[in-house]
Ligand binder design. Structure first.
Ligand code: SF4
Length: 77
């Protein structure tokens, strides 16, 4: 069994270790976020209905240019 060492050196080491591990954790979280986050432009998503928006179930929520044009045309009428 180890004795508790209340010396300033051990507290300093404890704080250094806490800062080190907190920094490591923050870097890990940020890196994981950057790696997993993929910025998808609206034009990169695949069209699921060969561009026939009128018959597509996703026409109201799709952000592809064809769907935007389709909604503009439908809403204008
Ligand atoms: S709404 Fe139009 S562009 Fe979007 S997936 Fe359907 S057919 Fe393709």
């Amino acid at each position: 069994m180890t004795e508790h060492d209340p010396s300033p050196r051990s507290r300093r080491d404890l704080f250094r270790s806490a800062v080190r591990y907190a920094t490591l954790g923050a870097v890990t979280v940020v890196t994981a976020g950057l790696v997993t986050k993929r910025v998808t432009k609206p034009t990169e998503a695949p069209c699921v209905n060969r561009g026939i928006c009128r018959q597509c179930a996703a026409a109201r929520s799709c952000n592809l240019p064809a769907a935007l044009s389709f909604r503009d045309a439908v809403d204008a009428t």
